[in-house]
Write a protein that binds this ligand. Sequence first.
Ligand SMILES: [Zn+2]
Length: 67
Amino acid sequence: MEYDEFDGPDGVPVRMPTSDDYRTCAECGADCYPDPSISVDGQGARMAFVCPEHGVQSIVDPFEDQR
Ligand SMILES: [Zn+2]
């Protein structure tokens, strides 16, 4: 996955995927909303995108290759 990188509030680089696919529902095409309360493994760096009707569509992990 490709990422855009930009400076976050504390000088920490923030990266988001360059494609919008991660936030579009595969079933209805709606914009999914980010749900930070969903944490896959307790690391907290991942962000789930949720369709109001179809549930979680994707999990974005901006720090995937830094582990
Ligand atoms: Zn949907």
